[in-house]
Design a protein around this ligand. Structure first.
Ligand code: MRU
Length: 352
């Protein structure tokens, strides 16, 4: 199922707030609509947000081109600032906006040509993400034992990316290699991306999945045993600290206590070498209503005060390894130059 697609000058976004009950593609005709879709989580997951932002820049460029050569870059730069602020934590968003601005600058004298190049670049970002996820899957599958029991959190699947998934990409590849005994999916309060999206994806793929509530993870590790926790990431800092969906940090602490390997799967576009450690990551706080309500039904009494950080930060010291399309990184984390093609040998994992 495609997360988003470009069709005849329109960005079509699968509205994930309606899943798993309804499959509806919304038609987004300007960049402001794309920002709204990102903010209300119609499209979500760090790599998917990055791709949506890349296409939002195309929409913004079409609009800015109406002002001719003189007004083009000013209009596009102003829109880029708005798009870049749609959600603060996933660095893929700012990464995609910056990349698109660079493309636009090169063709700024010919706005029509710039629009064309931005669209080509958005398509390249989309395709590269799918390719990255397949490589992540292959590297990650190599880390899992036979008959693996794996826990994942939130949704880091095809829906959170441009296809295949990061954490679910590893699970998909491991399943294809006959290695998966059971995937446990955390429901992921407050917005239930695990229950609604991860279980949906795994059922579609016929991968064995058991849904648990977030608070069951410790008991699962203690009683049933677990071979790995695998999550995605919204931002990975230079020292290997990882921002991901709220609840990830608790899982990493539990995994350490129970000696369960804790893996993070993410493309290089999620690495933010400019931020030294997790303390520098902006954490999105969303409306209290997402906590006081469950699936639109009020569960807390009127007047209840709620706190709703959407992400937390897991220190790199709790992470066994970070799986990227360039290979597997182990602590102490050193991602080198993320734009360089070749990694030092010690970071690489070779497939048979
Ligand atoms: O609020 P969301 O649904 O955008 O949060 C998504 C996550 O936290 C994912 O784990 C992360 O973006 C990685 S997706 C491959």
């Amino acid at each position: 199922m495609e997360t988003l697609r470009w069709k005849d000058g329109t960005l079509c976004i699968l509205d994930q707030t309606l899943l798993p009950h309804k499959v509806v593609y919304m038609e987004v005709k300007d960049y402001r609509g794309a920002i709204k879709a990102i903010q209300r989580l119609a499209v979500r997951g760090a790599p998917a947000i990055g791709a949506a932002a890349a296409y939002a820049m195309v929409l913004a460029a079409i609009e800015a081109a109406e002002d001719g050569r003189e007004g083009f870059m000013a209009g596009l730069t102003a829109a880029a600032a708005e798009i870049g602020e749609a959600r603060p934590t996933a660095v893929n968003l700012q990464w995609a906006v910056k990349r698109q601005l660079g493309v636009a600058v090169e063709a700024a004298q010919e706005p029509e040509e710039a629009v064309h190049r931005l669209l080509t670049e958005a398509e390249a970002i989309f395709a590269a993400d799918v390719e990255a996820n397949r490589a992540i899957g292959a590297f990650g599958a190599g880390l899992l034992p036979l008959n693996a029991r794996v826990l994942t959190h939130c949704n880091a699947g095809g829906l959170a990316t441009c296809g295949y998934g990061t954490a679910l990409g590893v699970i998909r590849a491991a399943h294809a290699a006959g290695k998966i005994k059971m995937v446990y999916a955390d429901e992921t309060r407050p917005l239930l991306q695990g229950a609604r999206l991860t279980v949906f994806e795994l059922l579609q793929e016929r991968i064995p999945v058991t849904l648990i509530t977030d608070s069951m993870a410790g008991y699962l590790m203690a009683r049933r045993g677990l071979d790995a926790v695998i999550t995605g990431a919204d931002r990975i800092t230079a020292n290997g600290d990882v921002a991901n969906k709220i609840g990830t940090y608790s899982l990493a602490v539990l995994a350490k206590f129970h000696s369960v390997p804790f893996y993070v799967a993410a493309p290089m576009s999620t690495i933010d070498p400019a931020t030294l450690d997790g303390a520098g990551i902006p954490i999105e706080e969303r409306g209290a209503v997402e906590v006081t309500e469950l699936a639109g039904v009020r569960v807390a009494p009127e007047g209840a005060v709620a706190w709703n950080p959407a992400f937390d930060v897991t220190p790199g010291s709790l992470i066994t390894a970070i799986i990227t399309e360039r290979g597997v990184f182990y602590p102490p984390y050193d991602f080198g130059d993320k734009n360089q093609d070749v990694l030092p040998q010690r970071h690489r994992v070779h497939r048979e």
